[in-house]
Design a protein around this ligand. Structure first.
Ligand SMILES: Cc1cc2nc3c(=O)[nH]c(=O)nc-3n(C[C@H](O)[C@H](O)[C@H](O)COP(=O)(O)O)c2cc1C
Length: 190
């Protein structure tokens, strides 16, 4: 019996290489998972490892690998992590200029419980467009893990490599699982 199906979207930032930690957390709780990556994230992840852990090829475009094409289960939750400055801004604006952004736009529109974990430095996080994007997404009931309450803060510019070790993969899965089980009100503060 499975706990649910987790759709994961990874963007082009260092922690993308560690998405295996999110896959392991989901597996531990008997969830299935599949990974879609933005075009920029292609350089950060190992598609073979992801396919071995999930049973599904990592998706980058509208076309999945013809040899391994499989219908994905319906998503019970969506985790976008690491979410770049670029993608957070695009998601908030509804921009769908690649497969990952298109699927995110649709899943949020279908009210699939969604958790976004940005990985941005404090200079990018201070920009007005980013702050507006986070506020708009929260207004749309998307759970953005960022700030003191979430114990996940933007890092000083140049320190991303250190911060990568602390990326809150397990917390992201825990929030997604709670949202899927109980609805948005249970996911903690927005
Ligand atoms: C080595 C490397 C590390 C990067 N780290 C980050 C990061 O931590 N956060 C971020 O927002 N962008 C980071 N970027 C920049 C993004 O990859 C870039 O903005 C890209 O356009 C994001 O595309 P995406 O949002 O479609 O994945 C990094 C780029 C490179 C090459």
């Amino acid at each position: 019996m499975t706990g649910g199906h987790l759709q994961i979207v990874v963007c082009g930032a260092g922690p993308a290489a560690d998405v295996t930690q999110l896959l392991a957390a989901a597996k531990e709780r008997a969830w299935t998972a599949a990974v879609t990556a933005t075009p920029s994230a292609r350089d950060f992840i190992d598609p073979q490892v992801i396919e071995a852990m999930t049973g599904y090829p990592a998706r980058f475009t509208y076309q999945s690998s013809t040899s391994t094409r499989r219908i994905l289960p319906a998503a019970d939750a969506l985790v976008i992590a690491p979410a770049t400055y670029n993608s957070v801004n695009k998601i908030a604006l509804g921009i769908a200029d690649n497969y990952a952004m298109t699927s995110v736009a649709e899943l949020i529109g279908r009210r699939i419980p969604t958790v976004i974990v940005p990985f941005v430095n404090s200079a990018l996080a201070a920009r007005a467009p980013f702050r507006r994007a986070v506020a708009d997404l929260r207004h749309e009931q998307v759970r953005v893990l960022l700030g003191a309450d979430d114990e996940w803060e933007p890092h000083p510019p140049g320190s991303g490599r250190d911060q990568q070790q602390a990326f809150p993969w397990e917390a992201a899965f825990g929030v997604a699982e709670r949202l899927a089980r109980n609805g948005p009100a249970s996911g903690g503060g927005s």
